[in-house]
Structures are given as structure tokens and as C-alpha cells.
Design a protein around this ligand. Structure first.
Ligand code: ZN
Length: 282
């Protein structure tokens, strides 16, 4: 089984996670830039973080046989912080980098006017750079948040087939798919979507344009949720081709629109050699 996790924050995860993900079948992932939990105090904090997503984290992933790509953006929460918004002016030079496969995560957190501005500006940046966009939908007031997001997407220069709407659930999946966008589901240990609810969504809506991710980060989360959904699909009567479509071909098709996915055959690098490089970097 081959698995592509289209949304996971590896900066917050350990090398044990990389090893367990490889053993579970994960061969590729996309790491969106996001909020650190601690507010950033200047745009320079973004630059160091973006550089880590472009350099250090792909190296770490490669030691465990996993292809690493990223999406870069001003995240929805920090779109409200005037100390952070100047990063928008610097984004174009980062979006030109080879391993950036989308602009993201962008979207709404509290649905403020500042978030309206950042979302519209970054959808335009995606269109300007020929990149797709990863759009986070709010965790509170989900359906209103989705509709407001879709209004901004419709007014943007970006075609819906270049937009992935993420963190969907049963209340938002139909309108998301009807819009022509791709539909992402984050599977969490004990809140929001779980494996069984995901199976029901797949039964009711099919497998076209649907992606599943772990969204694992520094909070309570599980980087093996993609594999757990795959196993639950097989137990529920979906076949291996369905699993491959949802867990591999759909994310490859979506992020492949960037023209930048590099999915050569990956094997774990020499862990011994990797560790000596890690020590050298300390
Ligand atoms: Zn995220």
C-alpha cells in the first residue's frame, strides 16, 4: 500500500513518527506552513520557518524514505496580526521554489475583514504563480465558513479544480464537491472526523476529488491516521484500487497541478549517515 499524506506538520513531529509512517506505507507528504502555537513577532520568523520547510525538513524526511513537499502562506490566524501581514510582500520569492506545490494553508479562522483580505490576496498569488491553493475551513461555524470561502474563491482568478478545501465534515462535503473544488478531510484521534465517519462520507459521496489527511501537528493528533482510514476502507468493502485512489492518486493529481511533484522511488537513506549529519548540525 502506498500512502500520500496531503496535510501534516512534520516540524512538530519526531523521527519515530517518520519511521512509523514509512512502515505504514507513507511514501510522500505535503507540509503546509501554519501557526506555531506561539504568536510570531515579525516577518523574519516566517522566513526562517519557510527555509526549514524548504531545506531541513525535506532532508529529515528523505532519511526515512519519504518525499517531502510544502505549501507556503500567511496562515488564517496570523492574517489578523499586523506584525505578520508584511510576509505577504515576501511570499512571491518563496513561491518560486521548486518544492512548493501550493499556496497554503490560507482561509478563515475567525472570518474577519483582515482574513478576507489575506485570503483574496493569496488566491491571487496562487493564480499568478500557476499554483493550486490549500484552503483551511474554520473549525467553528463550519457551513457559514465554507460558504464565505466559496464566495471568495468564485471571485478569484483561480479555477475551482486548483482549490483544495480542507477540514471538511458531513455538513460541508456536499457544497464543497458541488463547487468543483477538491475536498480534504482531516482525521483526528478524538474530535472532528474519525475513520468510521470518513467511510460513511466515502459511501455517500464516492471517491472522486476526495483526499484524507492526518493534519498531525503539535496538538493531540496521529500521523498514522491515513493508514487507519485505508485499513477501515478495506474492512468496509472498498477495494485496493479505491484505497490507492483516495490515499495516493487523488493527492498526486491535485498537487501535481503545480508541475513540481517529485515522486521518484524513495528508499530510506542511510540512517547512520543521517545521524552523523544531524549531530554535525547541533
Ligand atoms: Zn494544518
Amino acid at each position: 500500500m502506498r500512502i500520500f499524506d496531503p496535510h501534516i506538520h512534520m516540524t512538530s513531529r519526531t523521527t519515530d513518527d517518520y519511521r512509523a509512517m514509512y512502515d505504514a506505507g507513507v511514501r510522500a507528504l505535503v507540509e503546509p506552513s501554519f501557526w506555531l502555537g506561539q504568536p510570531r513577532t515579525s516577518p523574519a520568523s516566517f522566513f526562517d520557518y519557510f527555509d526549514a520547510l524548504l531545506g531541513w525538513e525535506p532532508f529529515r524526511a528523505s532519511q526515512y524514505g519519504i518525499a517531502h513537499h510544502c505549501t507556503l502562506a500567511l496562515n488564517p490566524k496570523e492574517a489578523n496580526d499586523p506584525r505578520c501581514t508584511p510576509v505577504l510582500e515576501a511570499l512571491p520569492r518563496y513561491l518560486a521554489k521548486d518544492s512548493v506545490v501550493a499556496v497554503g494553508e490560507i482561509g478563515y479562522d475567525s472570518m474577519t475583514p483582515a482574513e478576507d483580505h489575506a485570503l483574496a490576496a493569496q488566491l491571487q498569488l496562487a493564480a499568478d504563480h500557476g499554483l493550486p491553493a490549500l484552503v483551511h475551513t474554520p473549525h467553528r461555524d463550519k457551513l457559514a465558513g465554507l460558504h464565505r470561502t466559496l464566495d471568495v474563491v468564485r471571485e478569484s482568478a483561480l479555477a475551482p479544480e486548483l482549490v483544495l478545501l480542507d477540514h471538511l465534515n458531513e455538513t460541508t462535503v456536499k457544497d464543497a464537491l458541488d463547487s468543483g473544488c477538491w475536498a480534504g478531510f482531516s482525521i483526528y484521534p478524538d474530535t472532528k472526523m474519525d475513520e468510521d465517519r470518513m467511510i460513511t462520507v466515502l459511501r455517500n459521496h464516492g471517491t472522486d476529488r476526495i483526499l484524507v489527511n492526518s493534519a498531525a501537528d503539535w496538538g493531540k493528533s496521529d500521523p498514522l491516521k491515513t493508514r487507519k482510514v485505508a485499513d477501515t476502507m478495506l474492512k468496509a468493502g472498498f477495494d485496493e484500487d479505491d484505497v490507492d485512489k483516495v490515499l495516493w492518486r487523488n493527492p498526486v493529481a491535485f498537487y501535481g497541478r503545480s508541475g513540481r511533484l517529485q515522486l521518484g522511488t524513495t528508499a530510506p537513506g542511510s540512517l547512520h549517515e543521517g545521524n552523523s549529519i544531524l549531530r554535525g548540525g547541533e
